[in-house]
Design a protein around this ligand. Sequence first.
Ligand code: NAP
Length: 364
Amino acid sequence: MNKHYKVGIIGATGMVGQRFVTLLQDHPWFTITALAASARSAGKTYEEALGGRWVMKTPLPACVKDMPVYDAQADLEKIASTVDFVFCAVDMKKDDIKALEEAYAKAECPVVSNNSANRFTPDVPMLIPELNAHHCAIIPAQKKRLGTKRGFIAVKSNCSLQSYVPALYPLDQAFGVEDVLVCTYQAISGAGKTFERWPEMIDNVIPYIGGEEEKSEKEPLKIWGAIENGAIVPASKPHFTAQCLRVPVSDGHMAAVFVRFRTKPTKEQILKIWQEFKGRPQELCLPHAPKQFLHYFEEDNMPQTRLQRDLEGGMAVSIGRLRKDTQYDYKFVCLSHNTLRGAAGGAVLGAELLCAEGYIEPKQ
Ligand SMILES: NC(=O)c1ccc[n+]([C@@H]2O[C@H](COP(=O)([O-])OP(=O)(O)OC[C@H]3O[C@@H](n4cnc5c(N)ncnc54)[C@H](OP(=O)(O)O)[C@@H]3O)[C@@H](O)[C@H]2O)c1
């Protein structure tokens, strides 16, 4: 694609915001031209605003170090008028995030969001680009509601489900998935934390992540949903039940999955579907699309968090241990990188899809 886009990052100083910076520094289509955070950071350079909070493994890129940080709310008009769209990942109250994202959209600035606030707004697509790229077709209805020409909001789903939903979605198309029981083992970066900042997590497991089980059960049904009369209507099946645990891992969410099918497949049929599955990002050769989305590992001790979380730039899903179950039909384990595929990387891929499909155009 020959188009080039000026991009803003709202929440640039946070854990996900920093991931956006590292992913976008050499992006072939997108150039970071605005950084924003809270009033606490506004008026400082990016490096000053971070104040030692840079937690990425690569150094702070020179191209953003001295950029000014704007106030995401007070400088909204200025930011919206100079960029082609923004990524948003902020730690604010849900209603405030809703208002902020809608204000950017109404200022004719598309928003690609990591936040959960708009995930259940019926005309906001919640994208896992390989699975439900067709939900982008809701955007004209959303623009009509907002009264905008180019502004709209698109979101990505919660990080917990980005390992097991990609594995289940193509199996549902082939065999019908009835019931799913899932236990997730989630990394501390999912809470915006490192071990330095959360020493209580060393040698520990916490059996509660606020709101996570509800999201893990409910959000997949919107991914499976259908567009009807200007809204994405969530599906009623598959039925999900989830337990989500915080484990002492820096990055990478793992899930243990049990699944019951309508039509009973063989193990070979399941493996063939995973091997052959491709989505719109692979068809369009988007810059952040993994070549192979679903990787199956035959070894009994795979996938492992440290060995596979960075597969294909952290954008692939790793699966293993597929075997028959005594109560469900099959069980397996899967893994995805929560701040790459599950957060900033997933949002960048979503933005690439929206640009390639013409939903976001450069202003000039
Ligand atoms: N971490 C993950 O793996 C993950 C995965 C999926 C989704 N998310 C979602 O992404 C969002 C950000 O998460 P995070 O882990 O990056 O959080 P974080 O590290 O705590 O960063 C929060 C960011 O929000 C900014 N902010 C706070 N109050 C603000 C305000 N009033 N106006 C504008 N900006 C404000 C902060 O700016 P200051 O530095 O100026 O305070 C900072 O840039 C959350 O909604 C989270 O649920 C996170």
